[in-house]
Design a protein around this ligand. Structure first.
Ligand code: ADP
Length: 238
């Protein structure tokens, strides 16, 4: 196995008037390729800030972040945007699908930014929608789908560019327990099929069942790292 994410003494501070908040307060961490990591911790502990730093949506005040072979904290905004398009996928709690586009168009969208020709984009997006069980919903718009279906579309979109790492911020926060398991089966199976790494911020203990490691954050620091139960195979076979 090789490291896909390496953080060395990472800080992110915010200045609020006279007060300085260290949302991320000296985090060092290595994540191996193919891991499924859960980030857990109380509200305000710095999980979202850390996820944004890892995904190249924000920059640390201090410290280095390496994804694959690239030191992303040293990239310019344009280079970061290109990096995210090629190597990173995102899944959000509220899906963030484009309401005027069909499921197929939403999934094909990231490939447009990567310069993939239209026929290839459509072919790839169809494959992904089939993989998430939405073959017969390709022409539906988000408002014509259930929450679980919309999250399936957003999972297909996150994986369409074959990213190295998929980051998910409370991906099942709006879903019932049964749908949560379905989404976790989907995400972990897709990631495992291509040795992709998943980093999930969650309050859901069901999700922790799928993790290889659970990283507990408190006051911007790693409080503890636990081995997860990684039950995905058992759940699949059940
Ligand atoms: P979590 O995701 O664990 O709930 P966050 O990463 O959102 O925590 O926030 C960590 C801390 O940083 C909190 O104290 C929050 O108030 C502060 N914080 C987050 N974003 C900002 C910001 N843009 N400006 C100022 N303070 C922020």
């Amino acid at each position: 196995m090789s490291a896909i994410i390496t953080l060395d003494n990472v800080y992110r501070g915010y200045r609020m008037g006279q007060e300085k908040i260290l949302a991320v307060n000296g985090i060092s961490l290595t994540v191996e390729e193919g891991e499924i990591c859960c980030l857990q911790g109380p509200s305000g502990s710095g999980k979202s800030t850390l996820l944004h730093l890892l995904a190249g949506l924000d920059k640390p005040s201090k410290g280095s972040i390496i994804i694959g072979k690239t030191r992303i904290d040293a990239l310019s905004e344009n280079q970061l945007a290109l990096f995210r398009q090629r190597y990173i996928g995102f899944i959000f709690q509220s899906y963030y699908l484009i309401p005027t586009l069909t499921a197929l168009e939403n999934v094909a969208m990231p490939l447009t930014f990567c310069g993939v020709p239209r026929s290839k984009r459509i072919k790839k997006a169809k494959e992904l929608l089939e993989a998430v069980g939405l073959k017969d919903r390709m022409k539906h718009r988000p408002s014509q789908m259930s929450g679980g279906q919309q999250q399936r579309v957003s999972i297909a979109r996150a994986f369409v560019n074959n990213p190295k790492v998929v980051f998910a911020d409370e991906p099942t926060g709006n879903l019932d327990t049964h749908t949560t398991y379905e989404m976790m089966d989907l995400m972990t199976n897709m990631a495992k099929a291509s040795k992709q790494t998943l980093m999930i911020v969650t309050h859901d203990n069901e999700i922790a069942d799928y993790a290889t490691r659970i990283i507990r954050i408190r006051d911007g620091k790693i409080e503890k790292i636990e081995n997860g139960r990684d039950l995905s195979h058992e759940k699949l076979e059940a």
